[in-house]
Design a protein around this ligand. Structure first.
Ligand SMILES: [Zn+2]
Length: 344
C-alpha cells in the first residue's frame, strides 16, 4: 500500500522470489458499493540486474501482448532471472475483458491519459499508479501493443527516435534483439498522454511493438513474441542464453524500417466501404492507387480512389471494410535511413 496512490496491493516489489497477485483499483458502482477492479500483476525478483517493466492490454482489443505475457508469467521462475521483472499483462483490464480499445467503465483510451490522476476515473487511477509508484523503480519499459480490431500491422518492434544519442542507440539495439519481422523507428501520430512518452521524459529506456492485430491471436505472431521477450531478457543480461535471431527461427532477417513522417498515415477520404488494392509487405510507388471507397447506396457515384502519398511498403492496413472519412486505412513504411537517425 502506498499513500501516493489509491490502489492497494499485497505485492512487495523488494521481496525476493516470484509473486503473482493483483492491484486492487477502487471502483464503487451500482453493482458493488465498496468494489475493486483487480488488475493481475507478477513480479520476479532475484539476483542483481535491472528492473524491467512490461505491460500489455493498455488497449483492450489487442490480444497478442496479454496472451504472450500470461504465458511468460506461467513459464518463468524467479531463479531464472537476474534483476527484477514486473509484468502487468492487462493494464486496462476492464477494456480487455470487454474486447474494446477503450475502457467500458469511463470510455477512456488509456494510452491518452498518462500520467493519470490519483482521484480520477478508474483508467486514470491505474495510469497514475504506473507513473507514481512503478516508474521510479524502472530501468527499462516495454509496452506491448498491436493493431487491435481496426488495424493490422506486420509484427514490428518499434521505438521513437529519442534525442539522447546514447539512449537512442541502446534502444535500437534492444529493438533489433527482439527479432520481429520489422524493426521500426516510428513517428508518433499523437504522443500526448502515451505511456512510453512519460517514461521517455524520465530518461528511461523505452520501446514497444505493434504485434499484429485484426482482433486475432495469430500463432505465428505469438511465437515471434514469445521468442522476442526471451531475447530481450537475454539482451539485458537478465536470463542466460544466446539470442535466437529470426534467421535461426527460419524467418528472413528483421527488416529495418521507419515511418518518416505523418504523411505516411493514409486516411479514408470519405465514408463507405473501403476496398484495398494492396496487402501487407506490398511495395508501393508514390501516386499509385492503393484502394477505393465504394458508395453502396449510390450506383451512379464512382468509387473514390486513394493514392499512395509516397513510395514504400504497406506496413499496416485497416481490416474492417466499413470506413468513415478520416479513418486510418494504411501506414506506409520505408527502409530505415540509419545516418538520418544517427544509428548504427
Ligand atoms: Zn494499442
Amino acid at each position: 500500500m502506498t499513500e501516493s496512490s489509491r490502489i492497494r496491493s499485497d505485492i512487495d516489489y523488494d521481496k525476493r522470489g516470484k509473486q503473482v497477485s493483483h492491484l486492487a483499483v477502487p471502483s464503487s458502482t451500482n453493482d458493488s458499493a465498496y468494489g475493486t477492479v483487480t488488475v493481475p500483476i507478477a513480479v520476479f525478483n532475484h539476483g542483481t540486474g535491472p528492473t524491467f517493466f512490461i505491460t500489455g492490454g493498455v488497449h483492450g482489443d489487442e490480444y497478442e501482448g496479454p496472451v504472450s505475457l500470461m504465458n511468460l508469467i506461467r513459464e518463468l521462475e524467479a531463479e531464472q532471472i537476474e534483476g527484477r521483472l514486473i509484468v502487468i499483462p492487462c493494464l486496462n483490464l476492464p477494456a480487455v475483458m470487454s474486447g474494446n480499445r477503450c475502457s467500458p467503465v469511463d470510455g477512456l483510451n488509456m494510452n491518452r491519459v498518462f500520467p493519470g490522476s490519483r482521484d480520477g476515473t478508474i483508467t486514470e487511477i491505474i495510469a497514475h499508479y504506473v507513473c507514481q509508484v512503478l516508474l521510479p523503480m524502472v530501468d527499462i519499459q516495454l509496452d506491448l501493443h498491436s493493431g487491435g480490431n481496426t488495424l493490422e500491422y506486420i509484427p514490428s518492434m518499434m521505438m521513437w527516435s529519442c534525442p539522447d544519442p546514447e539512449r537512442r542507440q541502446r534502444t535500437f539495439d534492444a529493438v533489433r534483439a527482439f527479432g520481429a519481422p520489422i524493426s521500426l523507428v516510428d513517428q508518433a501520430l499523437d504522443s500526448s498522454g502515451i505511456l512510453s512518452t512519460i517514461f521517455e521524459q524520465a530518461g528511461i529506456l523505452n520501446f514497444g511493438p505493434e504485434l499484429g492485430g485484426a482482433g486475432r491471436v495469430d500463432p505465428a505472431t505469438i511465437r515471434i513474441t514469445a521468442t522476442g521477450l526471451r531475447n530481450l531478457l537475454k539482451h539485458f543480461g537478465m536470463v542466460e542464453g544466446d539470442i535466437e535471431t529470426p534467421e535461426s527461427q527460419g524467418r528472413p532477417p528483421s527488416r529495418l524500417a521507419e515511418v518518416a513522417d505523418l504523411e505516411n498515415y493514409v486516411m479514408a477520404p470519405d465514408s463507405g466501404i473501403y476496398e484495398s488494392f494492396v496487402d501487407l509487405w506490398d511495395v508501393i510507388d508514390e501516386g499509385r492507387p492503393i484502394g477505393q471507397v465504394h458508395y453502396p447506396d449510390d450506383l451512379g457515384k464512382p468509387p473514390r480512389i486513394t493514392h499512395a502519398p509516397r513510395s514504400g511498403f504497406l506496413l499496416c492496413k485497416r481490416p474492417p471494410g466499413q470506413v468513415k472519412r478520416g479513418d486510418n486505412i494504411a501506414i506506409i513504411g520505408q527502409d530505415l535511413d540509419l545516418n538520418k537517425h544517427g544509428l548504427r
